[in-house]
Design a protein around this ligand. Structure first.
Ligand SMILES: [Zn+2]
Length: 117
């Protein structure tokens, strides 16, 4: 199984970050994202290189993998968008809730380390 956020859920993730006033922390280019991930990984606590969009997507992947047995997803070689899978297996409300809870976690992290300003 491969996890890859679909286009429409990617857009919803961006909106969730935007809604929480964290867009200015999101990398503008892929090159910038890679360079910031490297710096971010070297630091024990979140710094200015903390990219909320990347952390949101990774957080959703991790949470999804944690719950994979509960959702009874069969092993296969196909790409899965975690949020589409939840919408299919449970419902759209659950999928949105999953995203909102993850985005709230990211917002809390940014508040805790004073990264929003
Ligand atoms: Zn999706």
């Amino acid at each position: 199984m491969f996890l890859k956020m679909c286009e429409s859920h990617w857009v919803l993730c961006r909106k969730a970050i935007q809604k929480r006033g964290l867009s200015h922390l999101v990398s503008k280019t892929q090159k910038e994202a890679v360079s910031r991930i490297k710096k971010d990984m070297r630091s024990e606590t979140p710094t200015r290189d903390y990219d909320p969009m990347l952390h949101l997507v990774m957080f959703i992947y991790h949470k999804y993998i944690d719950n994979i047995d509960e959702l009874d997803i069969e092993n296969d070689d196909e790409r899965h968008c975690p949020l589409c899978d939840i919408a299919k297996k449970v419902n759209k409300i659950a999928s949105q809730l999953y995203l909102d809870i993850a985005a709230d976690e990211i917002e809390e992290m940014c508040k805790k380390y004073n990264l929003q300003g």
